[in-house]
Design a protein around this ligand. Structure first.
Ligand SMILES: NC(=O)c1ccc[n+]([C@@H]2O[C@H](COP(=O)([O-])OP(=O)(O)OC[C@H]3O[C@@H](n4cnc5c(N)ncnc54)[C@H](OP(=O)(O)O)[C@@H]3O)[C@@H](O)[C@H]2O)c1
Length: 253
């Protein structure tokens, strides 16, 4: 999996053009879901882009109350793709941990519709229960994650179980980008607060999925590989945790 991806929630204006532009800039992963209404545009971008399909990584989701296999097949039809690189359960069902939908995803993977499968916004206890019931841990856990809202326990659990962590809403949907402590760190490295957030993810081994329609935002969010936050600044960013959620709650706590 690439270490950085493009989010596509609300990327509904000129989706194909925006995603193709991201590919030109060097993005190789894009995240989507049927309810974002971006699958057709992303599929078009993949077909039109000179970047070969096998160099791209597409992650998509099925809803927790859907048949995992059928929903994967339907989403692939909308994308006009033969396979997805990653299919995720969008969230845990209310009354169980999603064993049924997971078994549908296992079938999709076994039949070649998905290269790997995972979940979103699960609690540690739900990940454990899913593994107990199905015999395997998700390959990827996608969850809301930023300096202002994260969990060391979750990070340690995922590391110990070889689950890759993807960060959604890694820029807090812009709601914490003006924090003066982040601004001071950004100034020190000649970078923007958004770049500091995303670099903090990378240095924790977390894969951020910033959504960006604007070209300057897309450009900024991939210019992360020419600086390194020192341990003091990483500690400051870690200490900003206030369990903040741009979506109103960190579902995995
Ligand atoms: N699994 C789930 O349940 C779940 C839930 C939420 C999100 N997600 C995924 O995660 C992705 C990212 O999360 P998100 O869209 O909620 O929020 P986000 O990536 O934290 O924030 C996106 C917002 O930040 C702006 N932005 C981007 N780059 C910027 C920069 N360098 N400086 C300043 N502002 C910048 C964007 O503006 P412009 O677009 O105008 O450039 C947009 O308004 C989603 O798009 C989706 O793919 C998954």
């Amino acid at each position: 999996m690439p270490v950085l991806g493009l989010g596509s929630w609300m990327l509904t204006t000129h989706t194909a053009e925006a995603v193709m532009h991201a590919f030109e800039l060097g993005y190789r992963m894009v995240d989507t879901s049927a309810d974002y209404k971006t699958q057709p545009g992303i599929g078009k971008a993949i077909r039109l882009s000179p970047v070969p399909r096998e160099s791209l990584f597409v992650s998509m989701k099925v809803e927790e109350n859907e048949d995992g296999y059928e929903a994967t097949a339907r989403n692939l039809q909308e994308l006009k793709l033969a396979y997805a690189d990653l299919v995720l359960i969008h969230r845990a069902p209310k009354s169980n941990v999603g064993e049924k939908v997971w078994r549908g995803l296992m079938r999709a993977r076994d039949e070649g519709l998905a290269r790997s499968i995972g979940v979103c916004s699960y609690k540690v206890s739900q990940l454990q229960a899913l593994a107990e019931q199905t015999g395997e841990m998700p390959a990827v856990h996608q969850l809301e994650w930023s300096p202002f809202g994260h969990s060391l326990d979750m990070l340690n659990f995922c590391r110990a179980n070889e689950i890759a962590l993807q960060a959604y809403s890694p820029l807090t949907r812009g709601k914490r980008l003006k924090d003066e402590r982040v601004a001071a760190i950004a100034m020190k490295y000649g970078k923007t607060p958004a770049q500091v957030f995303l670099r903090w993810d990378l240095q924790h081994g977390v894969v951020p999925l910033p959504k960006a329609y604007r070209e300057d935002h897309q450009r900024q969010n991939i210019a992360l590989f020419d600086f390194e936050l020192d341990t003091g600044d990483m500690a400051v960013l870690d200490s900003l945790n206030e369990q903040f959620s741009a979506l109103d709650k960190l579902e995995y706590l």
